[in-house]
Design a protein around this ligand. Structure first.
Ligand SMILES: Nc1ncnc2c1ncn2[C@@H]1O[C@H](COP(=O)(O)OP(=O)(O)O)[C@@H](O)[C@H]1O
Ligand SMILES: [Mg+2]
Length: 419
């Protein structure tokens, strides 16, 4: 049997109150938890005993029944109220609804009408409480599964410095105390692990070969820990293994990995392919690494056009100009003018970069005083603390649009950009 409806009765007239309570006696599904005769006690009791329904006389004092209902509804989550009045006017009915009561009954109350009104009110209360419970559960779950900031480093041109940027960015973010993952999605020729001086025993290939479903704990077994404090999911060791990794595998890896870190940085191959598109859709930010040369700028233009087709919000795409000080007769400002977009960060050209790479070192850490390391530190700062422009807003905006969203929308025959 269902728990009885818990009712608080607050009516000033003792006679009316007694009459109402008498009608409710013997109703197994309604339990009168308290009877009071003034508005102060009514409010206090409602807050203390949290009834499902309050039955209020408009005759209450010092505050009348309408005001008391307004106060109780505001302070007791999920409660429903029914009013009773002698000779109610049409204005009273309107007022009752305005303050949030479900019903206004005329005194003397008809037993059947009273029971029906209380049961209806109880149903509404139950519905409201269930909804509140659901919202609370959802909020708790959202807090538990905090999602990482998702950064994908990309360009359609090889050798622009994607891996250089991705590895140093991961290290710089880890240096702030954040939990950071680096995923090498350059599945055929990924060299992030080598650049980091790591010798992976297992890679993303072994993970997706061995398991069809995985959680964070399992995934972390396939990651290598870098001494700088971040974890790397390496690219396959052999190029032919790459084709055995499916789009769905990449999606699953990204969806799981984002729940266990503060930042996930993804390195990519220099072309659009479905597994890269999954990552681009998934990302909060895409760092477009470009060089200071005409082919690079042409590539950038194409990328922007393609990504425009994917309906990504502008703020998702950030241009990183690498080797920005090269004396090649082209200025950063000219590139900005040509593209109609600002460059988010510029990194100088330095022989230290390939030197660090060859030593399996991270320039940001091994030569922190160098110009390039300082510029890298500036780039890291874009994603941490107050420098990071409204990450929640960006994340929300970033979840709009997307290549895969468009594709499935198309196959559904609706022309929209649903994501
Ligand atoms: N700012 C820079 N100054 C000098 N050399 C650089 C710079 N950035 C990248 N390089 C060199 O360019 C080559 C390609 O860099 P890499 O990060 O592997 O590019 P990608 O991943 O885009 O193919 C590497 O040898 C690297 O050392
Ligand atoms: Mg690379």
């Amino acid at each position: 049997m269902r728990a009885p409806v818990r009712l608080l009765v607050a009516i000033a007239s003792e006679q009316v109150r007694a009459a109402v309570v008498r009608e409710l006696q013997g109703q197994a599904d309604i339990e009168t938890v308290m009877e009071v005769g003034d508005s102060t006690s009514a409010l206090r009791e409602a807050e203390e005993s949290r009834p499902d329904v309050v039955l209020m006389g408009v005759d209450l004092e010092p505050e009348d029944g309408f005001e008391t209902v307004r106060n109780i509804v505001a302070r007791v989550p999920g409660v429903s109220a029914v009013l009773v009045a002698v000779n109610p006017t049409p204005a009273d009915f309107r007022k009752a609804l305005q303050v949030g009561a479900r019903d206004l009954l005329e005194v003397p109350v008809d037993k059947k009408e009273l029971l029906a009104a209380l049961r209806r009110a109880a149903e509404v209360s139950k519905g409201k409480r269930n909804t509140l419970q659901e919202i609370a559960t959802q909020l708790a779950q959202q807090q538990e599964t905090k999602i990482a900031k998702r950064i994908v480093v990309f360009s359609t041109k090889g050798g622009t410095g994607k891996t250089f940027v991705a590895t140093n960015l991961a290290a710089g973010l880890a240096n702030t105390g954040a939990r950071v993952a680096l995923v090498d999605l350059d599945l055929q020729f990924g060299d992030a692990a080598i650049a980091l001086g790591l010798v992976p025993q297992r890679t993303i290939y072994d993970l997706v070969q061995a398991y069809t479903e995985y959680d964070l704990t399992l995934l972390e077994e396939f990651m290598v820990k870098h001494p700088a404090g971040f974890s790397v999911l390496p690219a396959p060791l052999y190029p032919d293994e790459a084709e055995r990794i499916m789009t769905a595998d990449v999606q699953a890896v990204l969806d799981v990995i984002q729940t266990g870190f503060d930042y996930v940085v993804v390195d990519t191959p220099p072309f659009f392919e479905e597994r890269v598109l999954v990552a681009l859709d998934w990302a909060d930010h895409v760092l477009l690494v470009a060089g200071l040369d005409i082919p690079s700028v042409k590539h950038l233009k194409t990328v922007f056009r393609t990504m425009g087709l994917m309906a990504y919000p502008e703020e998702k795409l950030l241009i990183i100009m690498n080797r920005a000080d090269s004396k090649v007769g082209l200025e950063v400002s000219e590139v900005e003018k040509h593209l109609g977009r600002r460059v988010k960060a510029a990194l100088s050209s330095s022989v230290e970069v390939p030197r660090a790479l060859n030593a399996g070192e991270l320039l940001l850490l091994s030569k922190p005083g160098s110009k390039v390391a300082k510029e890298l530190a500036q780039l890291v700062k874009v994603f941490v603390g107050s420098d990071h422009e409204g990450s929640a807003k960006v994340a929300e905006a970033a979840s709009r649009g997307g290549f895969l969203g468009r594709k499935s929308a198309k196959t559904n025959g609706s022309g929209s950009n649903g994501s």
